[in-house]
Design a protein around this ligand. Structure first.
Ligand SMILES: Nc1nc2c(c(=O)[nH]1)N[C@H]1C(S)=C(S)[C@@H](COP(=O)(O)O)O[C@H]1N2
Ligand SMILES: [Mo]
Length: 226
């Protein structure tokens, strides 16, 4: 059985430990990956009203590049030196004419129904990528095919897999649950209300069960599809 207890390592952000391999992970490990066609398409809306659509062809035209980054889950596991391939999101937004925020908040939604809220400055930071590849191969069902939001400076839950839409909102959406609005790893913004130190250990204890359940959900979904 794969061991999921992360180990101490030098150079990691506060409270983080190292895993040698990136697990399949989720806030809801019973959530299967989407079964739809894996054609890259990103819908951009304002309060649900269509604003722009980003296609795989447009991304190709913008010149995807390789970016090496570490990845930090709020439950304290980190993996280092992932090589993502994609286009900086701010370049993608500029290409469709969005150079200033149509509204301050953005709800990023994955095709599996998973959502997170970001603010404009975090969404358009220089290191935020709209990724199509990981470590030299197209994204797979485990890690977010066909498009993934990659924001290395924020906890994993802002890095939406199977990214399908970005909806700009004038008001901050309510149901943030356990997610911090900013979730900056360097500032250990793990939880909107609880102090970071208090969630480190309980979160760490959840890594093994969550990763195993997430992998099982993927195996079952794959078996169903044949
Ligand atoms: N669509 C979607 N994106 C998601 C999640 C998810 O369940 N669904 N889980 C988030 C969490 S909590 C983490 S830590 C990472 C896990 O990414 P991985 O499965 O590629 O390791 O994806 C994030 N993005
Ligand atoms: Mo996470």
């Amino acid at each position: 059985m794969t061991r999921y207890w992360p180990s101490r390592a030098d150079g990691l952000p506060p409270g983080q430990r190292l895993l040698t391999r990136m697990p399949r992970f989720s806030d809801n490990p019973f959530l299967p990956p989407p079964s739809g066609p894996a054609v890259p398409s990103l819908e951009i809306t304002v309060e649900g009203e269509a604003l722009a659509r980003v296609t795989g062809q447009m991304l190709e035209g913008l010149g995807p590049r390789d970016v090496t980054a570490d990845f930090h889950c709020v439950t304290t596991w980190s993996v280092t030196e992932l090589v993502w391939r994609g286009v900086p999101l701010r370049e993608v937004l500029a290409a469709v004419g969005i150079t200033k925020p149509p509204a301050p908040y953005v709800v990023a939604r994955g095709a599996d129904g998973c959502t997170t809220t970001l603010v404009w400055n975090d969404l358009t930071a220089a290191d935020v990528l709209l990724a199509t590849h990981l470590d030299g191969a197209p994204l797979d069902a485990r890690h977010g095919a066909p498009l993934r939001l990659v924001s290395p400076s924020q906890y994993g839950y802002k890095n939406v897999k199977h990214l399908a839409s970005l909806d700009f909102r004038r008001e901050q959406p309510r149901a943030a649950g356990k997610q911090h609005l900013r979730a900056r790893v360097a500032l250990e913004e793990r939880h909107p209300r609880l102090p970071a130190w208090s969630v480190r250990l309980p979160y760490r204890a959840l890594i093994g069960p969550t990763a195993r359940l997430s992998e099982r959900t993927l195996r079952r979904a794959t078996a169903r599809l044949g």
